[in-house]
Ligand binder design. Structure first.
Ligand SMILES: [Ca+2]
Ligand SMILES: [Ca+2]
Length: 455
């Protein structure tokens, strides 16, 4: 039996990036009226082959091309590096009747669902079974948090959100690297990490000279009640913390290929320096190759992709270190998903939550930081939290995404987006309904108690 025989129904597993830039393929497939489209995780390919089509009566061989009895022909293109999802396009020969197509779809869908493979909704299809998995199936997201913590308080709520997601088993915080050049930032991060029971997470710092001013709230790292630190930690002097690039290289080198997600919510200083770093005794790869090998996603809070108050907005994270932002967008080898200034602005954190949701302990570093920064009734935008939320839970539909394109950074610090099929950049979008869901999710996550409350 071969694919060309009239009684076969070919099923093509095509390997390509699943993102809005790929609409063309899906659209043409759908308009042909004979394709059904599924998304399949790359790491599931072996299972798709060995289990999915090893159904009695369906499979004859499992060598990458399968010849199920008179029913399905399955072709697998080799997974390519950097691609995590593929489209499974089910092609129906025109001579097959509608009822038979329906029965086959039902069967295939049930098998796909049994093995945890997600099914993408596609226009014109039977949508009853269509939904994406809510969580990444490859286990907790391996996360690096790169932050200018100390400048604004959204970084602190974002760090708390990461800890809550880790407590829920959704991510694992591998390291925190800091782009605000002040020695109190690293001890503050260590204090928050210790509050959540994770005081051993590596912390890296930079010596860039950027935003060296005293923070309004990192003083909490040194504050004492009596003779005890209010927020215990053992990193007391940030100037003694290791360099961020060393921490990044060390952590990346130790991770499986294509497994790390980086969330950058401050300046691009550390990631630009990482990209420009040379091979060393940590890794034989230069920074760009190391990123290319280890990182699967970069989620960034930076830039602006719609006018703010009718004007081009020069966003702080870009403006404070324009050369590094330029280096990042030019040299980063993989995908970058931007959460522009407008997203967090339109999803402001309700100050009432600061007053009510953190009282499960006498002193909470998140609510105290918030109050020191700008007390309620101020509703602080959730800029940095949105990049965390997307990075860890990209399939929950909290955000939409623009078409693919390329972001360039001008000398003044404007972020200009140019759509293109081959571009590696996208930015988040958010409907009114999504905004309500995002705010509620972020309130619940950032105020979630640690697994074990500190004594
Ligand atoms: Ca520590
Ligand atoms: Ca920030």
């Amino acid at each position: 039996m071969t694919a060309t025989e009239s009684s076969s129904i070919p099923v093509h597993l095509k390997c390509h990036r699943h993102r809005p830039g790929e609409k063309k393929l899906r659209k043409s497939a759908v308009s042909a009226g004979r394709y059904r489209s599924f998304a399949v995780e790359k790491r599931r390919f072996p299972q798709v082959l060995s289990k999915h089509f090893l159904h009695p009566g369906l499979l004859a061989t499992c060598d990458g091309t399968c010849y199920p009895e008179d029913v399905v022909w399955f072709a697998l293109s080799a997974p390519v590096r950097g691609v995590r999802q593929a489209q499974l396009l089910v092609y129906f020969e025109p001579q097959y009747s509608e009822p038979l197509q329906r029965d086959l779809m039902r069967f295939m869908t049930s098998v796909l669902l049994i093995f945890g493979i997600c099914v993408l909704p596609t226009a014109g299809l039977a949508n009853a079974f269509a939904s994406e998995p809510l969580l990444d199936e490859s286990g907790p997201v391996r996360l690096i948090f790169d932050t200018d913590i100390g400048n604004d308080v959204d970084d602190v709520l974002a760090l708390g959100t990461i800890h809550a997601l880790q407590t829920r088993g959704d991510c694992e915080l591998l390291a925190v690297t800091i782009t605000k050049d002040h020695p109190q930032c690293a001890p503050f991060v260590d204090a928050v990490n210790t509050f959540y029971g994770r005081g051993k997470i590596p912390i890296g710092v930079c010596h860039s000279g950027i935003t060296q001013q005293q923070s309004k709230f990192t003083v909490l790292a040194d504050i004492k009640d009596g003779d005890q630190l209010r927020y215990p930690h053992d990193l007391s002097d940030g100037s003694k913390a290791p360099d961020a690039v060393v921490v990044l290289r060390r952590v990346l080198a130790a991770q499986p290929d294509q497994s790390v997600v980086i969330v950058q919510v401050g300046f691009s200083t550390n990631l630009a320096n990482l990209l420009l770093s040379s091979a060393d005794d940590i890794s034989p790869l230069n920074g760009r190759d190391l990123v290319s090998q280890k990182v699967r996603m970069l989620s960034v809070m930076a830039g602006a992709f719609e006018p703010i108050d009718g004007k081009v907005h020069l966003e702080y994270n870009i403006v404070e270190d324009i050369p590094s932002a330029k280096t990042l967008v030019r040299l980063w080898p993989g995908e970058i998903i931007f959460s522009g200034f407008e997203i967090g602005l339109h999803a402001a954190y309700p100050a009432q939550s600061i007053l009510e949701d953190y009282n499960y302990i006498a002193h909470h570093p998140l609510s105290e930081s918030y109050v020191l920064y700008e007390p309620p009734p101020h509703n602080r935008p959730t800029w940095d939290l949105t990049s965390v939320l997307y990075a860890v839970q990209p399939h929950r539909g909290y955000f939409g995404r623009s078409d693919s394109g390329t972001v360039t950074v001008t000398d003044k610090g404007e972020t200009v987006f140019t759509a293109s099929e081959s571009g590696r950049h996208t930015y988040l979008t958010m409907t009114k309904e999504q905004q309500i869901r995002v705010v509620e999710a972020l309130v619940q996550l950032s105020s979630q108690p640690p697994g074990h409350l500190p004594q």
